[in-house]
Design a protein around this ligand. Sequence first.
Ligand SMILES: NC(=O)c1ccc[n+]([C@@H]2O[C@H](COP(=O)([O-])OP(=O)(O)OC[C@H]3O[C@@H](n4cnc5c(N)ncnc54)[C@H](O)[C@@H]3O)[C@@H](O)[C@H]2O)c1
Length: 387
Amino acid sequence: MSLAFHKFHEGPIIRLRWTTQTDLQSRVAVGVGARQHLVECLAQLKVGKRVLLLYPSALAATWGEEIEKLLDQSDYQVSVLQMPDGEIGKSLECLSEIWDTLQLHCLDRTDTIVALGGGALTDLAGFAASTYLRGINLVLLPTTLLAQVDAAIGGKTGINLISGKNLAGTIYTPQAVIVDPAYLSTLPTRDFTSGLAEVIKYALLENTIAGASEYKIGPRRFFDILSESLPNINEEDSVEHIHPLLPGIITSCIKMKLATVAADLREANLRRCLNLGHTLGHALEKVSDYKLAHGEAVAIGLVFATRLAVKKNLIGEEALNRLTTLLEDVSLPLEIPGEYDKQAISQSMLHDKKRAGEKIKLILPKGEIGSVDYSYEIPTSEIAHCL
Ligand SMILES: NC(=O)c1ccc[n+]([C@@H]2O[C@H](COP(=O)([O-])OP(=O)(O)OC[C@H]3O[C@@H](n4cnc5c(N)ncnc54)[C@H](O)[C@@H]3O)[C@@H](O)[C@H]2O)c1
């Protein structure tokens, strides 16, 4: 599928819009205050008058209540369903409850699920929207940094099965994604910092994405912008004072993700590069029994991949130094914590989806910061040694 996307500015809110060849329109609005434009967005989408609003119960007293009030003042008929927080919500039981509620309130294919929350909630809502009546409208309001730059963008949806994480899923494009950095003002520091690992990952991919998609590099490299600005962006920001560079940083990540997905929706080629740092990252999350946050594990994975690239003479030592400095500046870890068994980690890496026989495909930085080789093959026997 080829997607064309262009951007247009309107006040402080940056809007990105892309259209598939089948004329399905999707749009992303990024900006402080963008969430206040939800009703206007629904009107622009010309959707039906029934809305099911989903959010995790943990956000009920804050952002959930705010959005309910906003919708109450509109002429949409709104039903509300609060979901269990985090991974517990990504279950068959919750999915079934959403389907039943949609049916109970007679939502049809012209109507809309509006989902407010982190990546767990947007994954669940996306799965429900894609399967109910073979697809109803979906508008996402991601509230964590990870969801804003990654989970809510690109159309992957999913729930967990007893046998494992994200084992059932679909690819389904939301009609709109409203990204408001003000949501991040209430995010716990650890979740915010964890999301920064994904932001830094995009900086390590910028040239490769630009070389194979419609993404255009700006006057300054994303890595340079991050090196300068991230050390000054912290959790002290409040709804009234969101760091002025944050919306732009989030927008750059979204543009890279959209362009990548547009070039390769089903991860046959370019989209694979988004897994940089994730082969070790996923193994570490698992072996730590999810005590390491996703972004913390990915940060260690980024250092591992870059160190390996230096060892294989794919990239210079300076790149590794710049990466570790940036990660340290934002308090992300660089090394596998001593308490985790390296043998168990390498075993877990070998079960990765990207294994092909006696070799495993890794994404490794190559040439300069911003470029990667996304089909580098390394013999599985070397993995334990590399760790
Ligand atoms: N679909 C994709 O492409 C994709 C990509 C990456 C990750 N994911 C999925 O995303 C999920 C992880 O997402 P996540 O890190 O956002 O976790 P999450 O959704 O579990 O949210 C983390 C915690 O933050 C809380 N929270 C959310 N927004 C808040 C806010 N504004 N203020 C205060 N607290 C807030 C939540 O209630 C939760 O307790 C995983 O299930 C993962 O599989 C999906």
